[in-house]
Design a protein around this ligand. Sequence first.
Ligand SMILES: NC(=O)c1ccc[n+]([C@@H]2O[C@H](COP(=O)([O-])OP(=O)(O)OC[C@H]3O[C@@H](n4cnc5c(N)ncnc54)[C@H](OP(=O)(O)O)[C@@H]3O)[C@@H](O)[C@H]2O)c1
Length: 158
Amino acid sequence: MNLIVAVDENWAIGKGGDQLIYISTDLKHFKELTTGHPVILGRKTLATFPGGRPLKNRRNLILSATAGYEVEGAEVFPDVDSLLSAAPQDAFVIGGESVYRALLDRCDTAYVTKIHAAFPADRYFPDLDAHPDWALWEEGAPLEEKGVVFHYATYKRK
Ligand SMILES: NC(=O)c1ccc[n+]([C@@H]2O[C@H](COP(=O)([O-])OP(=O)(O)OC[C@H]3O[C@@H](n4cnc5c(N)ncnc54)[C@H](OP(=O)(O)O)[C@@H]3O)[C@@H](O)[C@H]2O)c1
């Protein structure tokens, strides 16, 4: 499986239940990579989407152990094992922190948007530069949007 994440210089990914920053170029990049593929996400990340609705043109697989929790247009799984038995290999894990940590070992490719800034944060992604199982495979040139500099990096499982 794949994962896709946007991190700051400290591998921070969120604060107060929301993203650190919205970069429209990166959102387009996210859409291009994930459209047509299943996405795997936690209940709290779904709540950050407009209207709390699943992403269009993608099968949405939601992890939640909350009894009776259902989402129109999405499939809900109460644990990792049941989710994995339904998730195809071309799925993208799209967060948040708890779901990335639960499924990192099941992923082979990580598409990381690295934002050249540090934000106050309360949610983090594991530092892949320091991770024994992962190596940087490809790195793009710096891009800029409204004064925010970022670049795309791809990591592969060793
Ligand atoms: N920068 C990025 O690329 C990026 C991407 C996505 C999200 N984020 C940020 O990450 C933050 C959210 O992360 P988070 O860790 O708080 O929440 P989350 O991972 O989105 O969702 C957590 C919820 O998912 C369910 N869950 C997780 N693991 C489970 C398991 N093994 N079995 C059953 N259910 C499981 C639980 O739902 P129940 O409580 O219903 O059981 C849990 O409360 C937000 O700030 C968001 O903006 C950032």
